[in-house]
Design a protein around this ligand. Sequence first.
Ligand code: NAP
Length: 285
Amino acid sequence: MPNIEPSEVTGFKEGTLMNSSTDPAPSLEETALAAGPVDTGISIKHVPDTTETRKKICIVGASGKLGQYLIQHALNRGYEVVGVCREQSAVKLAHFGSRIRIITGPNDDSNVIRQAVAGCDAVLTVLVPFGMRQYALRTVQAVLAHAPPEARLIFSCGWHISRDGQDVYPLKFRAIVKVFGVLGRLTRFGDLNDQVQACNHVFASSARWTVVRGSDLEEGESQGVPVWSGHVGDAVLASNLTRRTDFALFMIEAIGNEALMRQAPAIVGRLSASALTHHTTLLGA
Ligand SMILES: NC(=O)c1ccc[n+]([C@@H]2O[C@H](COP(=O)([O-])OP(=O)(O)OC[C@H]3O[C@@H](n4cnc5c(N)ncnc54)[C@H](OP(=O)(O)O)[C@@H]3O)[C@@H](O)[C@H]2O)c1
């Protein structure tokens, strides 16, 4: 179980989502900061809007490593959080105490998901292809069926998922996916095709989805929001490594990012060698 203390995650570097194909545009906040204060001669005091309601998000698969990072980032941003996890895993979320609401049950149980996503502004689903009973596909079906129509739906998966068949995979990557695929099916541990089918189901839907495709993952302090590209094989992704906490950070950022609507961004660490090289090239171009 990962040890996610608040001190580990509050120091992360916030950033905007950068698409490798364009020069990263500054966020509104960055632009405002760069412009500095403007003396209008009028004193404006911030009056808290008491009618403002907290946004509510549901995290399906909350007790896993990615799920716990998602919870922490969501709490840091002031979201109200509902987490779904298997009954035996609820103990892994005990350290969040009363800061989150937990609903226990299988991720692919329609009744569990209906209850969990009610009234949510966003649903973040950790897609896992465990077992041989189409766990990931059934989870997607439940989320799509029960999430409010306006909710942002963010799903996690790996680079092996391709939306349009235009991804170009290194030989080693293809070999690993093949071996894991065969071993998973033989041992009945999991079925990678289940995740493929689940994502195809998402791609075909008219919901407000984003499928975030993670590279290989490592633990460690946040480097900030990862950079992304539309296709595996693009030079910026070559390092194939992202901090797990930043995978979660990207999913949280995607909630409010309209440019990622119905996109399947493949991500890589913002400070990875390929990301740094690519941006140097862009800046010099
Ligand atoms: N690991 C990687 O290197 C990597 C790379 C790219 C993308 N990803 C993506 O990242 C996401 C999750 O990664 P992660 O590292 O956070 O994985 P993780 O910690 O292993 O958690 C995955 C989830 O699987 C659940 N789970 C475990 N055993 C299960 C079982 N037998 N039946 C049903 N559910 C079970 C866990 O729930 P419990 O807490 O209840 O066990 C947890 O919610 C996936 O979408 C994956 O495709 C991972």
